[in-house]
Design a protein around this ligand. Structure first.
Ligand SMILES: [Zn+2]
Length: 152
């Protein structure tokens, strides 16, 4: 890939990160709302919500409650399972968001110089009887010496 193609590729990647950030922030808001709601339901059922209310919550989670006692147990188990699922999803989404925020803030390590900012090139020089290797250090053409590709 040429430097110009790499630049375009990274520009695209940052655009994708910005789009993903908005998407994740939205998802996290929804999951937090869900979590709060489930917490509220668990509290309600534990405190002995009336039969009608138990049925109502059950319906929202796709179960039909017949017997109040068994139904309450079943519903509690279901709510706790949902809670674990929402918690796991929330953790994953928050972790991904942190990773994206880091890339947007600090940039991505340059793939050409691997973060060094410069490239060392060697060249063989022949002078009469001597052959020697000449090293030349150049500024990295992709990151311009910073070692990072940044969002701009
Ligand atoms: Zn570089």
């Amino acid at each position: 890939m040429s430097i110009e193609e790499l630049r375009i590729e990274y520009k695209r990647r940052f655009e994708e990160y910005r789009r993903k950030k908005v998407e994740l922030e939205h998802k996290i808001r929804l999951l937090r709302d869900d979590k709060e709601k489930i917490e509220r339901y668990i509290e309600e059922v534990r405190r002995g919500a009336p039969k009608l209310r138990i049925e109502e919550i059950g319906k929202e989670f796709g179960v039909e409650i017949r017997d109040t006692f068994v139904g309450r147990m079943m519903l509690l188990r279901l709510l706790r399972e949902s809670m674990r699922r929402v918690d796991a999803e929330l953790r994953d989404a928050e972790r991904e968001l942190r990773r994206i925020d880091e890339c947007l803030r600090d940039g991505i390590t340059c793939p050409i110089c691997r973060g060094l900012g410069r490239l060392t090139k060697s060249r063989i020089e022949r002078m009469e009887k001597i052959v020697k290797e000449v090293l030349k250090v150049e500024e990295c053409p992709l990151c311009g010496g910073s070692g990072k590709i940044r969002d701009c």
